[in-house]
Every structure is written in C-alpha cells, then in structure tokens.
Design a binder for this molecule. Sequence first.
Ligand code: 5RP
Length: 233
Amino acid sequence: MTHPPNLKELVGIQAAGMVQTDSVVGLGTGSTAVFMIKELGRRVKEEGLQIVGIPTSFDSDVLARTCGITIRTLDDVKSIDIAIDGADEVDPNRQLIKGGGAAHTREKIIDGLAKTFVVVIDESKLVDRLGADFPVPVEVIPFALNPVMEELQRIGGNPKLRTGGGKKVGPVITDQGNMVIDASFDTIPDPGRLEQTINNIPGVLENGLFVDLADVILIGESGTDGIARVRTM
Ligand code: 5RP
C-alpha cells in the first residue's frame, strides 16, 4: 500500500540539506521543524556534518540533543548562519504568523538574528491575507493578563487565553513562564503596524507576526499530478 507523501517531511528534509558544515543553525519548533532536526541529526551522524544548534524551544532542544546535534546558547555564538522554522500562515507578501506552539518569542529572536531565515511549510499554510484563519499569538506576563486582554480588544482584536485543551487544565505556560493570548482580527491591513502596536502594550513580551523576516520560503505541495514537490517562494 502506498502512503500519500508527507509534505512537512519533504520540506523539512530539503531545508536541512541547505545547511553547510561549520554552521551555527537556529532550530525551529513544530512538527515540520521536527523533520528538519531529525535530518540534520542524520547528516551529523552519517555525513560528518559539523554544526552547532541554537534551539527555539525546550522541545527542539531535547530533540536536537537526542539526534546528536551539539547545542549552544546565544551567549556562546557570535552569529547565526541559518535558521529553519515552520509557520502557521504565510501571505503573498511573505509575511508570517507563527506561535502555534507558543514558541514565537524565542523563534523571533533566533530567526531574526539569522543571516538566512528559511521558512518550511506545507501548502495548507498559504493564505491570501494574514489572520484569516489563525489568530495572532501574544505572549504576556501573567501579572498583566487582564489589562493586555482589554487593550487587545480595544484595538479591534478578539482575545482568548490559550489553554491546554485535553492535555492540561488551565493556561498554556511558555518556556519563559508566561501565558499566551490568541487574538483574532477581522483584517490585518498592515501587519508591521499591528506587530508594533501589540508589542507596545505594557506586559506583552512578543507577538507572532513575523514581518519582513523570511528570506526563503520552502513550500511542500502535492501538485495536480499528485507528485509531491517543493516550491521556493
Ligand atoms: C511554533 C511555531 C511553529 O513553527 C508553527 O506553529 C508551525 O508548526 P507546524 O510545523 O507543526 O505546522 O510557530 O511556535
């Protein structure tokens, strides 16, 4: 029996192939990044690839170490050569929403520092306009939760505290010990402006609008002929 190709796997593996030896690599978070990290681990073991990884989350840290990738922090490196990370939405202007895994604060630091930021998505992440289906994740210090919720509402958002669903009672807590508000907006005419407006609210640490950061976007798509391929945007 043949299985449909896993587009996240395809694109994750292809992105890992872009990494050159002696690189400092920002390791993204999420199910697509998992394939990229595993492939980097394979290349380390089988091809002698020499890299240092800077993980964007606890999860990616643990996975990368398990895969045999040497891990360092931002205190140990002078620069990041390449970062590879997933996204929740990508618009035609190459702007992104990230933070589906509540890791967007570290992701924005590391992806933003990288000389080359490669985004890895399957075709389902392409949207005509940002925010159509996915709210903007906002990391907030717990002390400021209520005033931040009120301000997000005042600027036109519909804020909801992210909770653990079936896996955890109560709010999702980030790797920094904060909470996440998912704020939906009917329209986001100017993502850069909204990014700054949200970040200016006292108590907000970072939000998931990634504006003018992506250098390369790799899209895994099935194609009308049913053959999976990777397209660059
Ligand atoms: C985590 C992220 C992820 O990169 C984003 O949610 C995409 O995840 P996936 O590859 O599992 O679809 O921003 O904070």
